[in-house]
Write a protein that binds this ligand. Structure first.
Ligand SMILES: NC(=O)C1=CN([C@@H]2O[C@H](COP(=O)(O)OP(=O)(O)OC[C@H]3O[C@@H](n4cnc5c(N)ncnc54)[C@H](O)[C@@H]3O)[C@@H](O)[C@H]2O)[C@@H](O)CC1
Ligand SMILES: Nc1ncnc2c1ncn2[C@@H]1O[C@H](COP(=O)(O)OP(=O)(O)O)[C@@H](O)[C@H]1O
Ligand SMILES: [K+]
Length: 520
């Protein structure tokens, strides 16, 4: 369901503890890393065991262990008969520890090597593959000028060659995924043991190319005992939804109550309701002020309407009308199109004091909570709060730039303030509970950036809560499902232009595709 997403420091700890607690020699991990990279490269290029050894490969080896990986890889390629040149950035005698060990092996095996500073870049050309082993997770601060030049050289050569980045494209921060200030643009990044957290950030996408995560032999017991603070959501989350049995009844498939709609904001609750049904809810009902019920219904036959007290605005009295009905529902979504007019804040206060249903709080429910922060504690652990960065900024009294600069920390803080599961929306959406790992979505999908897309997400989450999932797993699966819907729409609408209802409509296809991706 989740893959670990270590920071460079957490990854370095795994490497260190493998040696300290398990006696795994660092030379061995480097050998494993280089063999994993070799296999990933051959898989990407379609090189088979019986293929002719005819590749011309330039390997750039930086001053640290990332350079050691490139060095070990050069030996394998050379031994298989490919034509290689290993370009190292340090004089040979300056390499230390495992990188020195692998350099010695490469030299004994007869790998041709050159010191990078001895070479005129104009002499380099005609390579099929360029391997970027300049810098890995040890990058600190902005690239120094000599390294920046080598990153640029790699990108120049990459116009005519396939670029393989080892562990992470050089120049990219393993923490933030941002180039410092430039980075190698790879066709393939083979990352060792686990994707580093920077790789999952939207800023990294243009540099990574295809991502291939390969194990290098860090013991499972160690990975479990020293689990990183972040994990990546994977398609395995769809195991939480079972194939419907032949005798399924709509009443057992979950009934979602949507509380929302106000004058001028009548579409949002309907989007959430349709999404809940597209995600498999058996029934969806929208509760709204009676005088806007027809506008909310909008002639859609599949969604039921529960008109509350007369008027177009929310009042605390409406909670009295709603309360006797609540036993019919399995989960609620509060907020789509709710508005902030008049007494709506007091309606929300009454809801929080009365209702016990697992609930998703979205949109204006969040804005109302931001203006009455004493209510946040009442939300509780069976709930999910789904702010976008603007709503998060209001909830935490920050500005949006601060939220975006510290997304993970903010997401965790809101979970702590509410006791609920918090979803910070946007590219690479985050899910946090007050304890436990923070989960990052693998999806950066501009097709989801359209008004109403958040209402669709809240409907999916409502359906998953109604199906009995706990809030954390419902939030992770919902975000993943919504993301896959965005990726499906990107195929038909590469320049966007899809409507939010279309996100809801592709949800059945999205879950089918996600289930198809699960590796067993
Ligand atoms: N046992 C291990 O630690 C393993 C490490 N592995 C590889 O080792 C990498 C990490 O190795 P290291 O920690 O040696 O770090 P790196 O090889 O990523 O880089 C460290 C070197 O880069 C230089 N450097 C740092 N910031 C710079 C900047 N801004 N401009 C120019 N030069 C800069 C440092 O002076 C240092 O010499 C991983 O990414 C992975 O590829 C793998 O071999 C698996 C095992
Ligand atoms: N670039 C993106 N990549 C992935 N998801 C995105 C991206 N842009 C927006 N989304 C998702 O689309 C939804 C937008 O929700 P929101 O901002 O609340 O909009 P609205 O309230 O108008 O529906 C969120 O689930 C968000 O995570
Ligand atoms: K690299």
């Amino acid at each position: 369901m989740f893959a670990p997403l270590p920071t460079p420091h957490e990854m370095a700890d795994w490497d260190r503890l493998s040696a300290r607690d398990f006696g795994i020699m660092p030379e061995m991990l480097m050998e494993n890393a280089s063999r994993a990279a070799l296999q990933a490269l051959f898989d990407a290029l379609g090189v088979k065991a019986h293929s002719p050894a005819n590749k011309r490969v330039l390997l750039l080896a930086g001053p640290g262990n990332n350079g050691g990986d490139a060095t070990a890889l050069s030996r394998h390629l050379h031994d298989l008969g490919h034509e290689v040149l290993l370009l190292h950035t340090r004089p040979r005698q300056d390499y230390k520890n495992e990188a020195a060990y692998h350099l010695e092996l490469a030299l004994k095996a007869g790998v041709p090597t050159r010191l990078a500073t001895d070479l005129d870049a104009r002499d380099l050309g005609g390579y099929d593959v360029v391997v970027d082993g300049l810098l890995g997770t040890g990058l600190s601060g902005e690239l120094r000028p000599d390294m920046l030049n080598l990153v640029r050289l790699t990108n120049d050569l990459g116009r005519k060659a396939f670029v393989l980045a080892l562990d992470i494209p050089s120049g990219l921060s393993g923490f933030t995924g941002r180039p410092l200030p430039e980075a190698v643009r790879a066709n393939l990044t083979v990352t060792f043991e686990a994707a580093k957290i920077g790789i999952a950030q939207p800023e990294a996408a243009p540099y990574i190319g295809r991502l291939d995560v390969r194990p290098i032999g860090i013991p499972r017991a160690l990975r479990k005992a020293h689990a990183p603070a972040h994990v990546l959501m994977t398609a395995g989350l769809t195991d939480l939804i079972e194939k419907p049995g032949p005798g399924l009844h709509k009443g057992t498939a979950g009934h979602v109550l949507i509380i929302g709609g106000s004058a001028g904001l009548t579409g949002a609750p309907m989007l959430a309701a349709v999404a809940a049904m597209r995600a498999g809810a058996g029934l969806a009902t929208i509760a709204c002020p009676a005088d806007i019920a027809d506008a909310v219904k909008a002639s859609r036959p599949e969604v039921m309407i529960l008109p509350l007290d007369s008027g177009t605005e929310w009042t605390p009295n409406m909670m009295a009308a709603l309360e006797p009905e609540l036993a019919r529902f399995d989960a609620a979504v509060v907020g789509p199109g709710l508005g902030r007019a008049g007494d709506t804040a007091n309606f929300l206060r009454a809801w929080l004091s009365t209702a016990t249903l697992p609930t998703v709080y979205d949109a204006d429910a969040l804005n109302l909570l931001a203006s009455q922060k004493e209510l946040l504690k009442k939300i509780g652990e069976s709930a999910i709060v789904t702010p976008h960065p603007g709503e998060m900024a209001r909830l935490l009294d920050l500005d949006i730039a601060e939220v975006q600069a510290r997304r993970s920390e903010c997401c965790r803080r809101l979970a702590e303030n509410t006791g609920a599961v918090s979803v910070l929306k946007g590219a690479a959406s985050l899910v946090a509970s007050a304890n436990g790992p923070r989960a990052v979505s693998p999806y950066c999908e501009p097709n989801l950036a359209v008004a109403g897309s958040g209402d669709v997400l809240s409907g999916i989450l409502g359906r998953l809560l109604a199906g009995g999932l706990d809030a954390y797993h419902a939030a992770c699966l919902g975000v993943l499902w919504h993301g896959q819907a965005g990726s499906i729409l990107a195929r038909d609408f590469p320049y966007r232009g899809n409507m939010p209802l279309e996100i809801a409509h592709v949800l059945p296809q999205a879950i089918k595709e996600l289930k198809g991706h699960v590796q067993r």
